[in-house]
Design a protein around this ligand. Structure first.
Ligand code: FE
Length: 130
């Protein structure tokens, strides 16, 4: 694992730090990617790890980028989260520990039924691959 390309906390924008390190949620319909339909691979904005392909992206109507599955399950961590008094499953970047969002069971049924609801600010789209 190459840790040298993980951005340090002081290099992060205020909003990225707030969401990814503070486990907050960006306001819906505000991020760069919720309504983006370009092809590519979405990487972690902090460490560059490959997280989600545009092939798995769908319009959820929530205002956050939504995916049916991660590009590679090995690149994420799923963790039980009871923080709002509701049981949810938190999605984290395995390499850098960034809080990415949550995964829910109300995704498209014909594609496995999962909805990975991810904060736009935690992602960077690489349009050269997917
Ligand atoms: Fe990361």
């Amino acid at each position: 694992m190459n840790e040298s390309n993980i951005k340090k906390d002081e290099e992060l924008s205020k909003e990225l730090y707030r969401v990814a390190r503070g486990k907050e949620t960006e306001a819906p319909f505000t991020g760069e990617y919720w309504d983006n339909h370009e092809q590519g691979m979405y990487h972690c904005a902090i460490c560059g790890s490959e997280l989600f392909s545009s092939d798995a992206k769908f319009d959820s109507g929530t205002g956050w980028p939504s995916f049916t599955e991660p590009a590679n399950l090995q690149n994420i961590i799923l963790k039980d989260d009871a923080s709002l008094g509701v049981r949810r499953i938190e999605v984290l970047c395995k390499k850098c520990g960034a809080h990415l969002g949550h995964v829910f069971d109300d995704g498209p049924r014909d594609k496995g039924g999962k909805r990975y609801c991810i904060n736009s600010i935690c992602l960077t789209l690489d349009k050269t691959k997917n």
